[in-house]
Ligand binder design. Structure first.
Ligand SMILES: C[S@@+](CC[C@H](N)C(=O)[O-])C[C@H]1O[C@@H](n2cnc3c(N)ncnc32)[C@H](O)[C@@H]1O
Length: 277
């Protein structure tokens, strides 16, 4: 079925999406929004964008359709070892020095937050990187919190099964250490092993949440390739909330195509897309 989306209706959805997820869409994205939301209209048996908007904002008191709407709008592109220099920095410098200083202080605890984890490749990459230094059951308490706004994509992350070609650039020794071969939906896949899964907790979390609920700081926060969808004011508020979630010398990693405004942040620049508190 062909649905018509007027500019006024697009503006209503644009605002709703911005206010509920921070995602900042311009009129250039109208056709994309129309195509993605049309699938929801068909699924719901709703005839027009006007009626769909009314359903999401008034009729549906559960808020579930708003979650589906955001799921269908969010872009989930990700990869294992994406922007590899970040994992090299962790592997060769940041993790060894942090583990050494924590060991001296008698604090065998490591906390990482992957704040837009998409389908899981990024938190599983973080877990593999940590295991280069801290083997399972060696007395360290390691936890990676992996969050995303999209429930649909989080389900994939929790399943943790990936088509083999998605891991084609990872050395075979690394794959066999951390993944098992499985047949999934008639396709040859790799499944993340339990030692990776056991240190990752997946949760739905909206980065637009006014006050972050975390009681303890994270040593590293990865929030990569999501701020690019937010406007500058939202980006800078988010960066300052991340600042509050890090201890002194904690690190924030953002995407290589993203920057923190130098005049507007207390973070110290370390290298492209890496900042220290
Ligand atoms: C392009 S992916 C990036 C994934 C990964 N961080 C990477 O760099 O490969 C962006 C992710 O941000 C999530 N996202 C968008 N808005 C969000 C919000 N307000 N709160 C939490 N996650 C959000 C999307 O659902 C999507 O999975």
């Amino acid at each position: 079925m062909q649905y018509l989306l007027s500019n006024e209706e697009f503006e209503l959805f644009r605002r709703l999406i911005h206010d509920s997820s921070g995602i900042n869409l311009t009129l250039t994205k109208k056709e994309l929004v129309k195509a993605r939301l049309a699938k929801r209209l068909t699924k719901m048996g709703i005839d027009s964008f006007k009626d769909y908007y009314k359903y999401v904002t008034k009729t549906d008191k559960t808020g579930k359709e708003l979650i589906h709407l955001i799921d269908s709008i969010s872009t989930n592109k990700t990869d294992f070892f994406r922007e590899k220099k970040h994992f090299d920095l962790l592997n060769t410098s940041l993790l060894p020095s942090l583990i050494s200083s924590k060991t001296k202080a008698g604090i065998k605890k490591l906390r990482i937050w992957c704040a837009a984890s998409s389908s899981g490749e990024e938190p599983y990459t973080l877990a593999m990187t940590v295991f280069n230094h801290l083997k399972p059951n060696n007395g360290w308490d390691v936890k990676i919190l992996a969050t995303d706004i999209s429930t649909k994509i989080l389900k994939k992350a929790i399943i943790g099964i990936y088509r083999k070609e998605l891991l084609k650039d990872i050395p075979t020794g690394t794959i066999s250490a951390h993944f098992s071969s499985v047949l999934y939906e008639n396709t040859n896949c790799y499944k993340a092993k339990d030692h990776l899964r056991n240190i990752i907790t997946f949760r739905r979390f909206n980065l637009m949440t006014p006050a972050f609920p975390f009681r303890n700081p994270f040593d590293f926060i990865f929030c990569r390739n999501v701020m690019i969808y937010f406007d500058p004011e939202t980006q800078s508020k988010l960066a300052s909330k991340f600042y509050d979630c890090l201890p002194k010398d904690g690190h924030l990693f953002i995407g290589h195509s993203e920057t923190l405004s130098r005049s507007n942040t207390s973070f110290k620049y370390v290298q492209p897309a890496v900042y220290r508190k």
